[in-house]
Design a protein. Structure first.
Length: 244
C-alpha cells in the first residue's frame, strides 16, 4: 500500500534538486517509488522520428520500452505522441485487442502500465513509463498527482538536456542502436505515407500497423516495403479507414 499522504510532486522535486548528471535515473526512481512500480523508463524524442532511451531501471524495463517503440504502439508511444497519460490496468486482458497484445506478448509478468507524457507546446519531449509486475495499480488520485509531477520533471529535463543530453557533447545519452533504428525506419515510412495521403503521421502509423497485421508480416517488413524505391516497391494499398 502506498501512503495516502505521500506527495509525488514533493518526491520528484526533491529528486530533481539532487545531482544533475543522474537526473533521469533520479526522476524515474522517484516516480517508481512514489507510485509503487517495479520498473521504470524514461525515453526522449528529440525529433518525432528519433527515439533515445535516457534510462531503464533494468533489463525488463528496457525490453518493455523497446518492444513498444519497435512495434510503434503501446502506452509509452501513445502517451508520447498523444500528449496524454496512458494507463493500461490489465496488459494481458483477453478482451483487449490483438493490437495491444502484440507488444506485450514478450512480457508475460507485466500486469499494469502507466505512461506519463513529457510534452512541450510544440510537440513531445519524451515519456516516463512505469511498469507493474506484482503490486496493485495506482489509484486515480495518484495518477492525477503524478501528472502534476511530470510538469516538474519536464522543466528540469529542459534545463538538464542542453548540457548532458546532447549526443555531440562529452556525455551523450544512451541512444539504443538497433532498437532506435527500428523506430526511425517506422517513422520514415509513416512520414512517406502521411505526405502521400495528406493525413496526420499518427493516422499513417495506424495504417501501417493495420497493413502489417492484414499481411501477416512484421511492421518493419511493411515499412521497408513502403521505403523501397518506387520502381521496386510492392503495391501497398490503402485500407478503407484511410481512404474515408
Amino acid at each position: 500500500m502506498l501512503e495516502e499522504d505521500r506527495s509525488i510532486v514533493h518526491d520528484v522535486s526533491l529528486a530533481a534538486a539532487v545531482g544533475r548528471r543522474a537526473l533521469p535515473r533520479r526522476l524515474c526512481t522517484a516516480f517508481a517509488e512514489s507510485l509503487g512500480a517495479q520498473h521504470a523508463t524514461m525515453s526522449l524524442l528529440p525529433r518525432l522520428e528519433q527515439w533515445q532511451l535516457l534510462y531503464a531501471s533494468d533489463e525488463g524495463a528496457l525490453q518493455a520500452e523497446a518492444a513498444q517503440f519497435a512495434h510503434a504502439e503501446g502506452p509509452s508511444v501513445d502517451a508520447a505522441l498523444g500528449a496524454r497519460t496512458a494507463f493500461v490496468p490489465d496488459v494481458h486482458d483477453n478482451g483487449r485487442s490483438a493490437r495491444l497484445r502484440s507488444w506485450s506478448d514478450e512480457l508475460p509478468t507485466l500486469r499494469h502500465v502507466l505512461a506519463l507524457p513529457l510534452h512541450r507546446r510544440h510537440g513531445p519531449l519524451g515519456v516516463i513509463c512505469l511498469y507493474y509486475t506484482r503490486s496493485a495499480p495506482p489509484s486515480p488520485a495518484q495518477i492525477t498527482e503524478a501528472e502534476r509531477a511530470t510538469a516538474v520533471a519536464r522543466e528540469e529535463l529542459l534545463r538538464w538536456r542542453p548540457m548532458h543530453a546532447d549526443a555531440a557533447g562529452p556525455d551523450p545519452v544512451w541512444a539504443t542502436d538497433t532498437r532506435a533504428a527500428r523506430w526511425e525506419r517506422v517513422h520514415q515510412a509513416a512520414g512517406y505515407v502521411a505526405a502521400r495521403e495528406d493525413c496526420p503521421v499518427g493516422e499513417a502509423l495506424t495504417w501501417l500497423r493495420v497493413t502489417s497485421m492484414r499481411r501477416h508480416e512484421s511492421l518493419l517488413d511493411t515499412c521497408d516495403g513502403v521505403l523501397q524505391p518506387v520502381g521496386a516497391r510492392a503495391d501497398v494499398r490503402r485500407p478503407a479507414a484511410l481512404v474515408s
